[in-house]
Design a protein around this ligand. Sequence first.
Ligand SMILES: *Cc1c(COP(=O)(O)O)cnc(C)c1O
Length: 379
Amino acid sequence: MSTSNSQLVAKLIQNTIRDEVQALSAYHVPDASGYLKLDAMENPYRLPPELQQSLAQRLTQIDLNRYPVPSYSALKAALSHHYGVPQGYPLVLGNGSDELITLLSVACAKPGAKVLAPVPSFVMYAMSAKLAGLDFVGVPLNTDLSLDTPAMLDAIAAHQPAITYLAYPNNPTGTKFSEDEMETIIRAVGETGIVVVDEAYQPFAQSSFMPRLAEFPNMVVMRTVSKLGLAGVRLGYMAAAPALLEQFEKVRPPYNINVLTEAAVLCVLEHAEVFEQQAADLRGQREHLSSQLAALPGVSVFPSAANFVLTKFENPEGNCGSEQSFADQVFTKLAARKILVKNVGKMHALLKDCLRITVSTAEENAILLNALKEILRGS
Ligand SMILES: *Cc1c(COP(=O)(O)O)cnc(C)c1O
């Protein structure tokens, strides 16, 4: 581009793009080709061959020339049936739960409205709030990564948040907050705001607020099929009292779920037991991996109810003269061995020296553990 055109574009951006947007940096996803991918909480298993075959069959039948039917009633019925949505509670579907978070922000973006969540938690809560022009209030967790309930209650009283997010279990910590404390917070918010219980990791947590929708009229329960083993299809859903949910349905782009996603999820849900078995296997692997990691020198593991483990790396002998923290060194050495985990050490003070590691198959977990043993031995 010519210099004068570049200058024009720079001015154009100054004139048109909101300051909040200009200040953001785009969500960065590292190129992971050739890596053992333990950074993004993906399910390591693919579909069994018979299911791949029936899916391929099913996809050939689709009318790609037609728009989706925006009620998505068959898909909603299947999700409700398989995932325990109580009778009388409708769903809103999103292109991943990321889109649902955006819909919630947009619907609640009254001037001065606030979004509240414990921190560290899922980064999209704050990001989406800022993009919709809402203020974000983060309330630090306790050092053991449990909820600081008195601080949450003070912040709720002070800020009257329109939306409060509780990820259950929490990402990036893996913590399953106490059910009693969650209940206290949902009741304290009461009619002044919505409380979103984000159950992205429900298959690994085995407890849920979904059956309790009738008890909490201000609660929205949000789920996704991503962590279950379908991250690529992009489908999230949320349930709440019908009148409340209808408001969010108005904000949803009418054709946000494409016909391929719709057909694929309908097809694989006929074999939902496949995902249940995979989740059960990963829960077992999580316990094994956690105890093996915790047995390594300088390594501590936070209890997890999700399909990842937050792991702290501290060298008893310090940083060995390096500029990098010990956890950063471990991250770099894993990457050199083509193993990708998530370095969350700079996300929040409570996560200092922590790496977040996705639980995978027995084989892949063993590769990680062997690499860590070698790295920690200093070879
Ligand atoms: C991964 C994750 C999501 C995002 O799910 P998608 O449906 O893939 O957009 C939402 N909430 C939490 C807490 C997550 O960890």
